[in-house]
Design a protein around this ligand. Structure first.
Ligand code: 7RM
Length: 668
């Protein structure tokens, strides 16, 4: 008899979570002694109070910022559309720059930048302010008006930060497109947002090579009717074709621009930026964020979660083309008057110790990166960080994926010297700011969980029928009350906004209408939230619903494995069987007996989790298909194992050849 086949996204059964992790790491007393939130008791009190009256909580957070005019209403909620701080007038660049220039921070380093070839630039708050004012004047002189969309297609150079802040200063809505995207992806994002101006650069340094951004821009612009002007930063000595009347050199425009600029007084709900994120099908979604609510929640979470102090040096390794770069390189740290470190190039150029060399030379105190990066560092081996003095570090963070306990322990021991708390931060492009995270001076952490919702957030793990799950019962992660930095809509497609986020738990007699994150999760007996992964990545094997992330975590705990991705292949008998794609650590790959290792890995999973999770098949590969922000694209692997044609959006895939290799491996 053929087994009942349940689709992975069918959330009717609960999700079995098989992860067993009991290690507890309380905040070091010395860290708690100076922390903004200094005890678990204080945090619990704050969360309880904020949950009783979220509007009062966010009202107080917003008051930490500088407003031109106060708001009349904290929240206006017409499901599923929120407006925050209604009637308030504010400017984000004033909060990130002018505010600090009026204090001793005027000559504090705002941005320490390091180019891949080794050149560096430091901009103080006063210097960054002048550059932003000048570029704001440049944008105005090119006819950019409040509400116009400006596309930014750049590498990690200081001008990208200046461009974003200048947009915020004049009230232009920026649309940052990751510099690694193709010209087709750029074109689609320019046209969907109707951008009037593009800021790019001649070329970017990457892994000793150059990425030709202006050439890619030119190819895109052949079919972008809304673009009137292009501003080009000269980063390299590449010869660059400039189109008369349309293209302008950044440095020439800046030389002629005044450094005095009166900031626009924007209403709190003014559209601040659009950021495209890929859905599993169809074209990318333009996530729209507005001004007052976004900066309120981003500034407040940066201060609390990273326990920011004036002598901190904050290094977030994300690209500004992702939400993490927007919120935790640019806006959050600068709103707090912090010193940020920004690095242009690849983490293994010229050698795999580049990050640790940066930490040592600039005295980085807070380091924020992604699990995928941590697994690369592990793969390269601990001799690289061991070459450097990392004693300036006091806090570590992760974001982007569930972190497997193996990687957490490595990060804790090898990078953090067992002394630094780790904040595992859960959030989404749509959220704008971190929603679930430990506070480093307050929350005892466990490897693999983002722990508790932030104060002011009403988050639950629920069953399909909306009732709350019991401890350790897997379910769907939802947000029950609007929050200031939430997306306002999908640009130009409000129907898709309703469908994607608000249709799973619609407004009804028994439900206020909740935001569905798309993630599966469970809450343990301490209330800590364990993300099981995207609901699409939950598979049903012989009637058990398993999060593939947990099987991956078991695989990665084997000494030879660097990274693993697990997907289901439909099977007549079992409903689904698991197929594991595995990359090996550099050392282990040398002379490995793959036939034996394959069996060893299957047994290892059976031992760690149980027989139900034992992969039917283990395939060794050099690399996994990933998005450019490092998330494994399991959707593509599912299509590979099913032998199906690759469908849907692949513009976010980092390296198309990876997929080609996996597919040809199919025919072996
Ligand atoms: C910031 C960002 C969002 C998705 C989200 C999750 C996954 C992010 C964590 C995580 C487990 C984490 N925005 N995710 N952070 N899963 N633990 N700490 O990554 O829009 O690009 O992705 O990423 O599935 O829904 S994003």
């Amino acid at each position: 008899m053929a087994a009942k086949r349940s689709t992975p996204s069918d959330p009717s059964d609960s999700i079995s979570s098989v992860m067993k992790e009991t290690r507890l790491f309380p905040p070091p007393a010395s860290f708690a002694a100076t922390a903004h939130i200094a005890s678990f008791a204080a945090l619990k009190k704050l969360r309880a109070k904020a949950l009783r009256d979220p509007e009062a909580y966010w009202d107080a957070q917003a008051r930490e910022l500088e407003w031109f005019a106060p708001w009349k209403r904290t929240l206006q909620w017409k499901h599923p559309h929120a407006q925050w701080f209604v009637g308030g007038k504010i400017n984000v660049s004033v909060n990130c720059l002018d505010r600090h220039c009026a204090t001793w921070r005027k000559n504090k380093a705002a941005l320490i930048w390091e180019g891949e070839p080794g050149d560096t630039r430091t901009l103080t708050y006063a210097q960054l302010h002048r550059e932003v004012c000048r570029f704001a004047n440049v944008l105005r002189s090119l006819g950019v008006k409040q509400g116009d969309v400006v596309a930014i297609f750049m590498g990690m150079v200081p001008e990208a930060v200046i461009a974003m802040l200048a947009c915020a200063r004049i009230g232009a809505t920026h649309n940052v497109v990751f510099g690694g995207f193709s010209s087709e992806a750029l074109r689609e994002r320019i046209n969907d947002s109707k951008a009037v101006l593009l800021i790019t650069q001649d070329a970017a340094h990457r892994r000793g090579d150059k990425v030709h951004l202006k050439k890619a821009s030119d190819a895109a612009l052949s079919e972008c009717p809304t673009i009137e002007h292009v501003v080009v930063v000269q980063r390299t000595d590449e010869r660059t074709a400039m189109k008369g009347g349309r293209d302008h050199w950044w440095h020439e425009l800046m030389d002629a621009a005044s450094a005095v600029h009166a900031p626009a007084k924007l209403s709190s709900e003014h559209p601040m930026f659009i950021l495209y994120t890929s859905g599993s099908t169809g074209k990318p979604k333009g996530i729209l964020h507005t001004t007052g609510g976004y900066i309120t929640q981003v500034a407040s979470t940066t201060k609390m979660i990273f326990d920011l102090k004036d002598d901190d040096v904050f290094f977030c390794t994300a690209d500004i083309g992702w939400i993490t770069g927007h919120s935790y390189i640019v806006y959050g740290p600068l709103a707090n008057g912090a010193t940020i470190v920004m690095y242009e190039g690849a983490p293994n150029h010229p050698e795999p110790d580049r990050m640790w060399s940066i930490v040592e030379r600039h005295g980085v105190t807070i380091f924020y990166t992604a699990p995928t990066a941590i697994r690369s560092f592990m793969k390269w081996g601990e001799s690289w960080p061991r070459k450097h003095d990392l004693s300036s570090l006091r806090l570590l963070g992760t974001v982007g994926e569930p972190i497997n306990p193996e990687a957490w322990m490595w990060y804790h021991t090898v990078i953090g010297g067992k002394r630094c708390p780790i904040v595992d931060t859960w959030w989404q492009t749509e959220n704008g700011a971190i929603l679930i995270s430990p506070l480093p001076g307050a929350t005892p952490t466990k490897p693999g969980t983002a722990t508790l919702p932030m104060p002011g957030m009403d988050i639950d793990v629920v069953r399909k029928d909306g009732t709350s799950c019991k401890p350790n019962e897997g379910g769907l992660l939802v947000v029950k009350h609007p929050w200031p930095s939430m997306l306002r809509t999908i640009y130009g497609n409000d129907e898709r906004y309703r469908q994607a986020y608000w249709s799973e738990f619609p407004k009804s007699r028994t439900c206020a209408g909740w935001y569905f994150t798309g993630d599966g999760a469970r809450r343990d007996e301490d209330g800590y939230i364990w993300i099981i992964g995207r609901v699409d990545d939950v598979v049903n094997v012989s009637g058990h619903r398993l999060g593939t992330a947990e099987v991956e975590s078991a695989l990665v705990s084997h000494r030879s494995v660097a990274e693993a991705a697990v997907v289901a292949r439909p099977d007549e008998i079992k409903g689904n069987v698991l197929v594991a794609f595995v990359t090996l650590k550099t050392e282990a790959a040398r002379g490995a007996d793959l036939v034996t290792l394959r069996e060893e890995l299957r047994d290892h999973v059976a031992k760690e989790i149980g027989h139900i999770a034992k992969p039917d098949e283990v395939r060794f590969t050099e690399a996994l298909p990933k998005t450019r922000s490092g998330k494994i694209m399991r959707r593509l692997l599912r299509e590979v194992v099913a032998g199906a044609a690759i469908s849907g959006d692949t513009t976010t895939l980092e390296d198309l050849s990876v997929l080609e290799k996996l597919r040809s491996g199919d025919d072996e």
